[in-house]
Design a protein around this ligand. Structure first.
Ligand SMILES: Nc1ncnc2c1ncn2[C@@H]1O[C@H](COP(=O)(O)OP(=O)(O)OP(=O)(O)O)[C@@H](O)[C@H]1O
Length: 459
């Protein structure tokens, strides 16, 4: 009964070429969308301000200005209204600039009607999400991205904003800071939520299998290819492909990835035809990709394509106020996993020790520390000793109490580095260079060890 009145979606079309306006009007009209078409920037602004719209499609070049000016105009007035920009064929720079300015997506000329329909459908889903949801759904304390510091609140706001766009996002941050979690939230809060989120660790796929893993293959394409198999791109069609450790992608694959992103299509191994795919790319690395570019290990054009928008996930040591809450959530999770009657709690002393620690392995390290402590502790209260926090200065002081803490002949940074180097070296020797065991011995993750070895030039 009393069903809500279904309002027809309305789109503003802005293009000075009459045949393109017509093509857009016909395509959207067939999708049941009401359209209003104008031919210049001034009329577009006026029309937009005077009537409600759920979507806008604008050409980049207009007789009286740039489409980007309209993107900004609409974003200022109605941030909920997605704007897509129509760019000339091959003008990657214009496409990237429009995404940076806040465009939802772009279409390049000549317009491919199927691609246009997909884009419009995504944009309307977004508008639909918006009518149903509170204005900033992710500003609520999300059960998943824990933290109440300003750094976390800002990150949630960024995620909410990025979820509304189709722009490629590059997530940076140290190991274990939550880069994958951020990527998942960008996916989950956007119009692609019903599509798959496909995470890939680019460093874990052998180079010779990369192409078939990414693009799939046809039966008979090579020995052992007994049936057609979809690749990662095809699995992420309509959803998000999360390329973790993107810096590990070999050069040969970087070219193919760039092509797939630019053309929005893939060619499975053994196929003669390309297949269109609609995939949003979110990538991440704990390495500085611009340094990799400068060293000639990462293609600049691909970097430019992936890094349209960069999100920085802060290290845990920059938001210590979040540590108690995170610890509480992690302990509750461990209690469920280990079927404990009550969630263990930290003693006051243990809590302040955690807040003093610098967490080179970030949240993942916090998880490991707490898991080990819960296993070791016999009572439901975790005392400081069970955390086994390693402090280079304390250890040096124990070894040489007279001067370890007051060596003022070198700066603190080099002193810490020397201690770190020494600790890692002795752990490696004790474990016969088995890095997994050495990491356990040091109480850090394997990834964190690998990262430190690289940083210290000890590889
Ligand atoms: N803000 C947060 N709230 C709750 N849990 C978090 C938060 N950030 C990260 N985590 C948890 O920390 C762990 C590490 O996160 P994640 O795998 O996303 O990190 P990462 O930066 O991708 O790591 P890596 O660089 O090693 O791939 C996960 O178990 C994740 O659920």
């Amino acid at each position: 009964m009393n069903a809500a009145v279904q309002t027809t979606a309305r789109a503003l079309i802005v293009d000075d070429e009459a045949d393109i306006r017509e093509l857009l009007e016909i395509t959207l009209g067939r999708m049941g969308i009401e359209t209003v078409a104008v031919s210049d920037l001034a009329s577009a602004r006026r029309t937009f301000d005077a009537q409600p719209f759920d979507l806008c499609l604008t050409d980049m070049r207009l007789p009286d200005g740039e489409g980007i000016a309209l993107v900004r105009h609409i974003n200022d007035r109605s941030p909920a209204c997605p704007v897509a920009v129509i760019t000339a064929y091959g003008s990657a720079e214009a496409a990237v600039a429009s995404l940076k300015a806040g465009a939802f997506d772009f279409v390049s000329k000549p317009i491919d009607v199927a691609g246009l329909r997909t884009l419009v459908a995504q944009a309307l889903k977004l508008a639909g999400l918006d009518h149903d949801a509170p204005p900033h759904p992710s500003l609520d304390v999300s059960p998943r991205l824990v933290g109440q510091t300003e750094a976390m609140a800002a990150l949630r706001r960024t995620i909410a904003k990025l979820a509304r766009s189709q722009a490629p996002v590059y997530v940076t941050g140290e190991s274990g800071t939550g880069k994958e979690l951020v990527a998942r939230m960008i996916h989950a809060e956007g119009p692609r939520v019903n599509g798959a989120f496909v995470p890939v660790n680019c460093g874990a796929i052998p180079a010779e299998l990369m192409e078939s893993e990414f693009f799939g293959y046809l039966r008979g394409a090579f020995t052992g290819a007994t049936r057609d198999t979809a690749g990662l791109f095809a699995r992420a069609d309509g959803g998000t492909l999360f390329l973790d450790e993107i810096a590990d992608l070999p050069m040969s694959m970087q070219v193919k990835l760039l092509r797939a992103i630019q053309e929005r299509s893939i060619r499975p191994v053994g196929a003669t035809m390309e297949t269109a795919v609609d995939v949003r790319i979110v990538s991440a690395s704990h390495r500085d990709l611009s340094v990799e570019v400068a060293r000639g290990r990462f293609r600049e054009d691909l970097y430019y394509r992936l890094n349209v928008i960069e999100v920085k996930v802060p290290p845990l040591r920059d938001r210590i106020a979040d540590i108690p809450m995170l610890a509480e959530r992690i302990l509750a999770g461990l209690a469920r996993k280990m079927r404990l009657e009550r969630a263990p709690v930290l003693s006051d002393d243990a809590r302040s020790a955690l807040m003093d620690y610098n967490f080179p392995g970030n949240i993942r390290e916090l998880e490991n520390i707490l898991e080990r402590a819960v296993t070791l502790a016999e009572s439901p209260v975790i005392e400081r000793g069970y955390l086994r926090l390693y402090s280079p200065l304390a250890e040096a002081a124990a070894a040489n109490p007279a001067d370890a803490l007051v060596d003022e002949s070198t700066d603190l940074e080099s002193q810490l580095e020397a201690l770190e180097r020494e600790r890692i070296q002795s752990a490696l020797e004790a474990c016969r260079y088995n890095k997994t065991k050495a990491a356990q011995r040091l109480g850090i993750t394997f990834r964190a060890l690998r990262y430190r070895l690289a940083k210290l030039g000890m590889e």
